[in-house]
Design a protein around this ligand. Sequence first.
Ligand code: GLA
Length: 407
Amino acid sequence: MRKRSFYVFIITYCLFNLKAYAQSGKEVTLASKPPMGWMTWNYFADNINEKDIMEIADAMVTTGMLKAGYNYVLIDDGWQGGRDNKNNIIADPKKFPSGIKALADYVHHKGLKLGIYSDASSLTCAGYTASLHFEEQDAKTFALWGIDYLKYDYCGAPEDVETAKNRYKTMADALRKSGRDIVFGICEWGGRKPWLWAAESGGQLWRTTNDVRDKWKRRAVEEAGEGILDIIDLNSSLAQYAGPGRWNDMDMLVVGLNGKKGPSGDLGGTGCTPVEYQSQMSLWCMLASPLAATNDVRNMSEEVKRILLNPEIISINQDALGKQAVRKINNETWTVFLKPLSNDEYALAILNRSDQARQTSYDFAEFGLNGNYQLKDLWQHKIAGTGKKWKGTVNAHETKVFRLTRK
Ligand code: GLA
């Protein structure tokens, strides 16, 4: 009997300590929801400077972008000015005369966060100084400046997946050691299937495709450059890899670029219609992608605001459950996605891929949803019916998005 209580004591003691240990090691989940912000690249390419970025930050507050959830200002390639005599990476003094720390203080003061960019080789994609062999030093510098997010590119690095895993892990470890919570965005363009390993290498998000172009879709198989629909199709099978702190990044929103010359304007990027931009927003939200706007926030039309700032669509993207929508139907005309939401709700998206308006109807039972649901149309902002099915017309390239609540 005595022996038995001794063992019970030992086991209880061990369990207690194990629990305490597990709790002490518990870390905050970085990017528990898909990060939202604005990124310099598609609008400015590498012609960036602190004045424009501060103006954009101001506009993010005054236009309601920040209030809607876009809280990162993300500096992409082109900020670097080499290294000083101690090998510390420095900003280009002409573009950023006050330095990145001052810019971070400025955006923090507005309630925004600041992101920066580097690359896992010696030079970035646009040919600027990058971080290979300087990972710890650069991570410390970023932390000292007050950086909250790092996009880490892969130009100039070897093709093989093992090197990619290692180089990303080296930077992720360096960020963890830097003493600051810095979200880590992996950008190797999907070629090495990062959804299989990027979370383990320390990333909270990973690009799944090449750079998005400002177009609806490739016009011919041989046309280079992915459009909105191409990226949706590439991400449709990746739902199982997404979750809080681990997101499939479908690249930047091209909403409002309207065929602007620049990185997203080449390879057929001649611009999209408002309906197509609305579909990009709808499906980036359904597929739980990070949302990085790239339009000129200082000059937003009412139409662009309507799309980027729709709170009901954003709430689908930011839902606490953190699930990526699953593709339920896919044929020449229709692509249908279902996204489980918290509180036993669902978001249903119906995309008409064809070039004409078409009628359709769906029984929710086809998607495994039995029972009656109330449907809220998240673009019309009104109840679209209650029952077990939906019937209606969807315009060419339009995506209807409904929130389904059990009745
Ligand atoms: C790569 C990335 C882009 C952008 C540029 C910058 O092409 O995929 O998103 O960061 O580099 O040079």
